[in-house]
Design a protein around this ligand. Structure first.
Ligand SMILES: Cc1cc2nc3c(=O)[nH]c(=O)nc-3n(C[C@H](O)[C@H](O)[C@H](O)COP(=O)(O)O)c2cc1C
Length: 516
């Protein structure tokens, strides 16, 4: 049974604020949506979404002219908009929200927009939705923006995750439940007793709900959702099972995973590493009810392909990875500065960390922490705080100039990994690499000092000789002291002193008078 939830009158709760359509309206105003008013066949949707830097709104999808939105959070900017922050504050804001409890509030069915329309029995028909083929070799059309809700009998907590559903017929879908996950454990506990597992899916949800779906946090995950929204979460009990779901979702698909286990083929599917995942045996999901808003907006999520940076999945994974690695760094090293897991690599596999080292060796502690905290953090790059981890150019430069492979490479093997990684070539455990790109501890000789344009102060002195009489000076110091913005006359003045045989230079290249 679900944990007891606070019950209050519906009017206290705003069931429109976090609906997906409201967020899409904001994106439209911000010029972030590629809008298609013309009719689009279901088979043509994937090509419009592929590598599209914008969110996509198709107003007449398929013969029914259904409304469909995709790519909603396939950019860091849109993800940040969902949390009302600038992109460079995304990780910080998610961490802040995760630490701030928010209530979960159960509302009456009559007040739940997600149950405005209720379809049960013979009225249940998944093909009413614009479920489309996403990749050329997929095993069938998929519902890809589906977020599952189930109850863990042991704890009474609600669990949520993002899990795609492969359309089989009007009332049944496949589901991929092979990777280790809480839902897999909950399902297997139930199936081992011969019991089907009730699950309700939302389709069409606020980006914060998708973020919650990617995270594994030891708490009731409805509470996790509320925290990520930064607001009370209205939930409603499903019509045909006891699972509470967000009452402001666009669509809810209720049903159960039957107890027969991994017995039906599912896939292949264009996966979030950018390649196909092969066909597998997986459980079957049977729909018992569909509930939805009167003007429900169907959502699809982009997943695989060559341009991962423009997919919902990689952007979601980026945020999840950055938050998880940051948490691990906070305990492993004293001064972490920033973390980035670029969506171009799937948002998890190459992780960049910047830090201020306080004692020798901390960079290696950071590498170990990042490698250990998430199965798919595979290559970890650690830089000093002068490098921007979000800049490919700066990371490329640090790798080129601060790294010696025989000294700074950490290689470790035998880790739990993601079976989908095709480079594993069938191996069950994976190897990881750490790249220590920090400057050797405590050293900042000129060879590691970064050249910048000179800066000049106010004129203080009247001759190069007077300036050198104060002590060794760099060329720019001499220009500064004399108020020069040219420099050529300083070179000539130095040459005159050189001719007198009294000019010398120290090891850093500063000029000084050898007769003083
Ligand atoms: C868009 C998207 C789709 C996903 N689809 C699946 C899936 O079909 N099967 C799966 O096992 N994990 C999938 N994942 C990963 C899980 O959602 C993720 O591991 C989640 O944390 C699992 O939650 P749980 O451990 O609380 O059950 C997907 C992730 C994203 C971002």
């Amino acid at each position: 049974m679900a944990k007891a939830l606070k019950s209050v009158d519906a009017p206290e709760i705003d069931t429109e604020r976090f609906r997906l359509r409201r967020f899409i309206d904001r994106l439209i105003q911000a010029g972030e949506v590629d809008i298609h008013d013309e009719p689009v066949e279901l088979g043509g949707i994937a090509a419009i979404l592929d590598n599209n830097p914008k969110a996509v709104l198709i107003r007449k999808a398929g013969p029914e002219g259904a409304e469909l939105v995709g790519n909603v959070i396939a950019s860091r900017k849109r993800m940040a908009m969902a949390l009302d922050v600038e992109p460079d504050q995304l990780r910080q804001e998610v961490s802040r929200r995760l630490a701030t409890p928010q209530p979960v509030v159960e509302i009456d069915r009559a007040d739940a927009p997600a149950q405005k329309i209720v379809l049960t029995g013979d009225d249940v028909d998944l093909t009413q939705f614009p479920i489309h083929l996403q990749h050329g070799m997929d095993g069938g059309p998929y519902i890809s923006a589906s977020l599952d809700y189930s109850v863990d009998e042991k704890s009474g907590w609600t669990n949520t995750g993002c899990r795609r559903l492969m359309l089989r017929n009007r009332r049944q879908t496949g589901i991929d439940l092979l990777a280790p996950s809480d839902l897999k454990a909950i399902y297997e506990a139930s199936a081992s007793q011969g019991k089907p597992l009730p699950v309700s899916f939302t389709v069409g949800a606020h980006p914060c709900d998708h973020m919650a779906g990617t995270m594994r946090v030891p708490m009731d995950e409805l509470e996790l959702l509320a925290r990520l929204r930064g607001a009370p979460l209205p939930v409603v009990k499903s019509v045909t099972n006891d699972i509470r779901v967000p009452a402001d979702a666009e669509i809810v698909i209720e049903g159960f995973l039957d107890a027969r286990g991994h017995v039906e083929t599912e896939g292949p599917y264009g996966e979030f590493l950018g390649y196909y995942g092969v066909m597998k045996n997986n459980p079957l999901f049977t729909v018992t009810a569909i509930t939805m808003r009167g003007d429900a907006l169907f959502q699809t999520s982009t997943i695989g392909g060559k341009t991962m940076a423009h997919t919902d999945t990689a952007n979601l994974c980026s945020v999840r990875t950055e938050v998880t690695v940051w948490r691990a760094l906070e305990t492993a090293v004293r001064e972490p500065i920033a973390v980035s897991a670029s969506p171009a690599n799937g948002g998890a596999f190459n992780v960049r960390v910047s830090m201020r080292q306080r004692v020798p060796g901390e960079a290696h502690n950071a590498i170990a922490a990042a490698m250990g905290c998430q199965a798919n953090a595979k290559n970890v790059f650690v830089v000093d705080d002068d490098i921007d981890v979000f800049s490919d150019q700066q990371i490329d430069w640090a790798l080129a100039t601060r790294f010696q492979a025989d000294r700074d490479l950490v290689v470790a093997s035998g880790f739990r990994t993601l079976p989908l990684d095709p480079s594993l070539d069938g191996r069950r455990t994976g190897s990881k690499a750490g790249f220590d790109l920090t400057i050797p501890f405590g050293e900042r000789p000129l060879e590691f000092t970064v050249p910048e344009a000179p800066e000049f102060g106010e004129k203080r002195l009247n001759s190069v000789r007077d300036s050198l009489a104060e002590g060794p000076k760099f060329f720019a110091d001499l220009m500064s002291d004399l108020g020069s913005r040219d420099g050529r006359e300083i070179a000539l003045a130095l040459d005159e002193i050189r001719d007198q045989g009294i000019l010398d230079r120290d090891d850093d290249g500063r000029y000084f008078l050898s007769d003083t």
